[in-house]
Design a binder for this molecule. Structure first.
Ligand code: ARG
Length: 583
């Protein structure tokens, strides 16, 4: 077969050998057949195109161990053959019959049977989380896109996900906003979105007033106290302002197909005193320069939990939210998606939680908390992304532009000439929004990425457009065959005799472990890479070498097309992208 060094590789012999050498004593030779060895690592994927490393006499002593591991492998229908190579790798070749059967079973029972199982029941994904009355900027867009994908991947893997929008709805800016609202609208019934117009502009105007009028400033400061004291007139004004922001946020979520449940900062406010008391009782809270603080390992400045004026802050809220999520919501994994700029904040919050005994010191064990950081969105000029003359990018405008640009491209295609308006519209949205999402997700999230419409809407290269059209082409192969694919599934059989068929089949059965990896490392780019490779293998290895329609292998090859389309659709779904069926 075309598999040189196996499909999978086990490097445990070297790991074991290193351990044994480290210990010297107690080693009684390689394990005998049937003797249980505890393996220091799990079976690893063989990196593509890897030649065995040049022989190293020291390491080659691991070969007898590798032989022993190989001989101890229980017989399995999954494995076609094994061999020992290089300094002690066990190379494993999968059985092509097993691959074929797995594919066929998936086609019949559905792709959800391929969902990985993760060792936890419930997670919180804290994402998007814009601030009321301030701008919802491209950073929040990244958080929304990345967080939604992570939530989708975990949900697919049988984890119950609490999708939390930790909206910034509590803070001193509300005093100013409320006073300004009272001035502009003495009659609260006149307050609505149309009257206020742009809430960001409203924020700016009130800030101007705040900075220039000391009498207003004083009233604003008192308003915060009255709001936090629960005075009804102030509560209501606060609610009105939040409601207007919410409508604006929802427009973005709706377009992107993102579900979120809002539990803003204000939600945790009533719990703060008792959580701080608990931390105080454990001796964690100290006095420093008039503030109350928690010191954590490895960071010089402490985490301030009560400001010197007695007020709470971002950290007091996050500590309390973490406590709530662990104890009230019983989540085992709490995931925070924000820009890397907030890394230190979360590092300190998590360390404080470890000091309190809420989280374990070992981050590989549950319950755990993880910060999923991401880089900046840059413009063509290499600076922070902005549109023409406005300071910030309005997300709705950005999505409008993505859609209208992709519509222009869709209308240029011959096939779309006689589509009804509705279909053009739906396709433009799928392609336009899909392009924005994929361009973000395909990069390692930690790096900055440059926002470029022309690039992301290119139908060649590693873009959503290319992938969506690749999927549509596969669907059209199946349509053109004139066969009822459900019948083919029932009566047909998959055979992987050609190298191209086998390569495609192998990549398809790896879907589950790729999703698992993407979940474990919280890296959506892993899934994008898999999807792009799938499309590449389909085209270059399979489709260009294996005739489908009219060949003796038509039935089997149609099933391979169907399996590829099915896996691609699941990838799209997990990435929050709507598939397209026609081109
Ligand atoms: N509102 C914050 C911001 O815009 C993000 C909140 C992230 N979540 C959290 N639990 N701190 O920067």
């Amino acid at each position: 077969s075309g598999v040189k060094h196996g499909d999978y590789q086990c490097n445990n012999a070297m790991v074991l050998w290193a351990k044994i050498k480290g210990k010297q004593t107690g080693f009684r030779g390689p394990p005998a057949v049937g003797q249980r060895v505890s393996l220091g690592a799990t079976i690893r994927l063989l990196p593509r195109n890897l030649e065995p490393t040049s022989s190293n006499p020291e390491k080659e002593t691991a070969s007898p161990l590798a032989e022993a591991i190989m001989k101890n492998l229980p017989p399995s229908e999954i494995i076609e053959s094994c061999s020992v190579a290089g300094p002690g790798f066990v190379n494993v070749v999968l059985s092509k019959n097993w691959i074929a059967q797995s594919l066929h079973r998936m086609l019949i029972d559905g792709i959800d049977t391929w969902a990985p199982r993760l060792p936890l029941k419930r997670a919180v994904v804290d994402f998007s989380s814009p601030n009321i009355a301030k701008e919802m900027h491209v950073g929040h867009l990244r958080s929304t896109i990345i967080g939604d994908t992570l939530a989708r991947m975990l949900e697919f893997s049988h984890v119950e996900v609490l999708r939390r929008n930790h909206v910034g709805d509590w803070g001193t800016q509300f005093g100013m906003l409320i006073e300004f609202l009272f001035e502009k609208f003495p009659n609260p019934e006149e307050v609505n979105e149309a009257a206020i117009g742009d809430l960001q502009a409203f924020y700016k105007a009130s800030k101007l007033r705040f900075d220039s009028d000391s009498e207003f400033k004083l009233r604003a400061q008192q308003a915060v106290v009255r709001l936090q004291g629960g005075e009804i007139r102030y509560r209501n004004a606060w609610k009105q302002i939040c409601e207007i922001s919410r409508t604006e946020f929802h427009r973005v979520y709706e377009r992107l197909g993102v579900q979120l449940e809002e539990k803003g900062e204000s939600f945790y406010n009533p719990y703060i005193p008792s959580v701080l008391e608990q931390l105080g009782n454990k001796g964690l809270i100290e006095e420093s320069e008039g503030a109350r603080v928690i010191f954590v390992d490895g960071v010089k400045i402490p985490l301030i939990v009560v400001k010197s004026d007695g007020g709470y802050n971002y950290a007091s809220t996050d500590l309390t939210a973490l406590w709530y999520r662990l104890n009230e919501e019983k989540a085992e994994w709490i995931i925070y998606v924000t820009d890397v700029g907030q890394q230190q904040h979360f590092d300190m919050v998590f360390k404080a939680a470890k000091r309190a005994g809420w989280l374990l010191a070992d981050d590989s064990l549950y319950p755990k908390a993880t910060h999923v950081g991401f880089g900046l969105v840059l413009g063509e000029d290499g600076k922070r992304f902005r549109t023409r003359n406005t300071e910030v990018v309005r997300l709705v405008d950005l999505l409008d532009e993505a859609k209208s640009r992709s519509k222009t491209a869709v209308l240029e295609r011959d096939a779309a000439k006689d589509w009804p308006e509705e279909e053009v519209d739906k396709t433009s949205e799928a392609v336009g929004y899909g392009a924005v999402k994929y361009a973000d997700l395909k990069n390692n999230r930690l790096s900055n990425y440059t926002f470029n419409f022309d690039q992301m809407l290119n139908d060649k290269g590693n873009t959503a457009v290319y992938l969506l059209y690749a999927h549509a082409r596969i669907c059209s192969i199946i349509r053109k065959s004139g066969k009822d694919i459900e019948q083919v599934k029932k009566n047909g059989k998959i055979v992987l005799d050609h190298d191209g068929e086998r390569a495609l089949g192998l990549h398809l059965v790896q879907f589950s472990e790729v999703v698992e990896q993407a979940c474990t490392n919280l890296l959506p780019s892993t899934l994008c890479e898999y999807l792009y490779d799938l499309s590449d293998i389909f085209t270059k290895k399979f489709y260009s070498n294996c005739q489908v329609i009219g060949s003796p292998e038509e039935t089997s090859r149609l099933l391979l097309c169907e399996a590829t389309a099915t896996v691609m659709r699941k990838c799209f779904y997990l990435l929050g992208i709507e598939p397209v069926y026609k081109i």
